[in-house]
Design a protein around this ligand. Structure first.
Ligand code: ZN
Length: 152
């Protein structure tokens, strides 16, 4: 079984595996993609609702990787569904891929190449230039704001 995110419906992702998604995805789809969702649901697509404690676990992992602010509630719940069903998550979303890999959830990409290893974000202070592994609201040294930067 594969868990599909919204972009998988929009980009007409096709697989012969059984597929699953979460009810929130339906609300993000319009037009052709919404019809596709309805058709797949009619032909046996599994709609999964993850447990709250799994959702919290995903949020903790996302906070650790620095991806939580990039993820919608739908994104977090999709990762949670793949985690509970123990099956691959189909997504092109970079932050979701990062969190999935942190949790040993395998990822199938729709269009792009996947990332090969979990990337730890760095957060750099706009004031003193110090870099931190974890995000803070303010730089603990000088109190300026932090911004996320890609590690080299
Ligand atoms: Zn600073």
């Amino acid at each position: 079984m594969y868990v599909l995110d919204s972009s998988a419906f929009i980009n007409e992702y096709h697989t012969d595996e059984r597929i699953a998604t979460i009810p929130l995805v339906q609300e993000e789809l319009e037009g052709e993609a919404a019809y596709r969702f309805d058709a797949l649901e009619g032909s046996g697509m599994h709609l999964h609702i993850p447990e709250d404690n799994t959702v919290e676990r995903i949020e903790r992992a996302a906070r650790e990787t620095g991806d939580l602010t990039e993820l919608s509630e739908t994104d977090v719940r999709l990762v949670a569904a793949a985690f509970e069903l123990d099956c691959p998550l189909v997504t092109d979303d970079y932050a979701m891929q990062n969190v999935a890999e942190k949790l040993d959830v395998s990822v199938e990409v729709i269009a792009r190449e996947g990332i090969s290893e979990t990337r730890e974000w760095l957060f750099q202070c706009a004031g003193c230039g110090r870099e931190f592994d974890e995000n803070h609201d303010r730089c603990p040294v000088c109190g300026s704001s932090l911004s996320r930067k890609n590690p080299a």
